[in-house]
Design a protein around this ligand. Structure first.
Ligand code: UGA
Length: 438
């Protein structure tokens, strides 16, 4: 099937490459010429394991192409909308400008029966509005239908999550749309991936609700971590105990610096904004607290770092290990780690950042921060080392060797990665978020 994918960021590029790998002819469209140039060469513009290989195979095999010109989408039977829906300045609501312009650019091309499928994360109610707008303006009128098919991929595991998701959600208005989507995802459906058919509104809500649940879980575990610290309990043991309850489960139960990235923070705020519009403000206040607890973890790390430096960060050399919002990705959007780095820099500290993948992005987005090429380089003469992203590389740091590199053996573990006994035995003062100094 000829399929177009409009918007080739993390979501769209992965989706396009995965669809091509299952035998479709896919055209990816984006207005960013640099991104399109790289994708056309079969290279991902961001770090995502396994994606380069799929892109190269698709491009070389002739079933995957990219263009900045939306006209290239003309012949597609199915058009996926994968553009970003960032947070509006000043309010928590989602900014739908890019999505609306994508729909407006596509509409005049739709002169035959086709299916437009929204994948972007949107406030509930958007799909129905867009469907009416499409059908009113498209040359093919009511032969153009709209479906909503949210995406649940995690950065760092995006390819695997796209090819074999936990579930496929089809928000459709009729059987034809359902049939067509089953053809698009024939490979996953054959492999037994469950399909949940539902209406447009439920499909839109599925995505933001999943992210609201995940965000709440992290803030709840971070609340427990704060209580553990205050009471002298051990949050790692506690989450181990909780995780064995089958109703709770052990995934997404890691305490620390909290969630960041391009999805959970903004989706939680947009959910609250939309719930308030729908008259559910009082109960939605729960999610405001989820956000507040999450932001507080960043403040806690800044304050703890300053305390470890003896009360002032002025002229202190602080090495920040980890810049990506999570391990496995080079994405630094709303990165808790960079938030902490910038706050300490504002208090006069001299910061050096090392991240196994995100160095280039740090230099582009936060040019005042100095980046280093290795753990050792970032830690040379440091007064304090902060471990802020859960990269495996940091778990393997040898505290004995690093002790000779730094000025002061002080380390703050914001992700419970380090073995306290080993570090203390090597003479380090160690503070772990949620565990304190135990
Ligand atoms: C998240 C969701 O997990 C995906 O299902 C969803 O599709 C995606 O958002 C999206 O909306 O597009 P992602 O942002 O890639 O995916 O990352 P997660 O693995 O969910 O991690 C989010 C943040 O939570 C990271 O900063 C991570 O370090 C933090 N986290 C995660 C914790 O602090 N503790 C945990 O136990 C798990």
């Amino acid at each position: 099937m000829h399929i177009s994918v409009i918007g080739t960021g993390y979501l769209g590029a992965t989706h396009a490459a995965c669809l091509a790998s299952t035998g479709h002819h896919v055209t990816g469209i984006d207005r960013d010429p640099d991104q399109i140039a790289r994708l056309s060469e079969g290279t991902a513009p961001f770090h995502e394991p396994g994606l380069d290989r799929l892109l190269r195979e698709g491009v070389d095999g002739g079933c995957l192409r990219f263009s900045t010109d939306v006209d290239a989408a003309h012949d597609a039977r199915v058009h996926f909308l994968c553009v970003g829906t960032p947070q509006q300045d000043g309010t928590g609501a989602a900014d739908l400008t890019a999505l609306e312009s994508a729909v407006d650019a596509l509409t005049p091309l739709l002169d035959r029966s086709c299916l437009v499928v929204g994948k972007s994360t949107v406030p509930v109610g958007t799909a129905r509005r867009l469907a009416a707008r499409l059908q009113a303006a498209a040359p093919a009128g009511e032969s153009v239908t709209l479906a909503w098919n949210p995406e649940f991929l995690r950065e760092g595991q995006a390819v695997q999550d796209s090819l074999r998701p936990d579930r496929l959600v089809f928000g459709v208005a009729d059987d034809d749309a359902d049939r067509l989507l089953r053809q698009v995802y024939a490979d996953a459906v054959r492999a037994g991936v469950p399909v949940m058919r539902t209406d447009l509104e439920t499909a839109e809500l599925a995505k933001v609700s999943a992210n609201a649940m995940l965000a709440s879980r992290i803030s709840l575990v971070n609340l427990l971590a704060e209580v553990c610290e205050a009471a002298g309990a051990d949050v790692a043991d506690l989450t181990g105990i909780l995780g064995l309850d089958a109703r709770i489960g052990s995934q997404f139960l890691s305490p620390g610096l909290g969630y960041g990235g391009g999805c959970l923070p903004k989706d939680t705020r947009a959910f609250v904004a939309r719930a308030e519009e729908l008259g559910v403000a009082e109960s939605a206040a729960l999610l405001r607290e989820v956000d507040a607890v999450n932001q507080r973890q960043r403040t806690r790390v800044v304050e703890s770092a300053v305390a470890m430096l003896g009360g002032s960060a002025q002229d202190a050399r602080v090495s920040v290990l980890g810049a990506a919002f999570k391990a496995g990705s080079d994405d630094v959007r709303d990165s808790p780690s960079l938030h902490v780095a910038a706050a300490l820099e504002a208090r006069g500290a001299e910061i050096r950042v090392y991240d196994p993948q995100a160095g280039e992005r740090v230099r582009r987005t936060q040019p005042t921060l100095t980046t280093s090429a290795s753990v050792e380089q970032a830690c040379r003469d440091a007064d304090l080392v902060l471990v802020l992203t859960e990269w495996e590389e940091f778990r393997g740091i040898d505290p004995v060797a690093l002790a000779d590199v730094v000025s002061h053996r002080r380390v703050l573990d914001g992700r419970l990665l380090l073995d306290p006994e080993k570090w203390r035995a090597a003479g380090w003062e160690l503070y772990a978020l949620g565990r304190g100094r135990r």
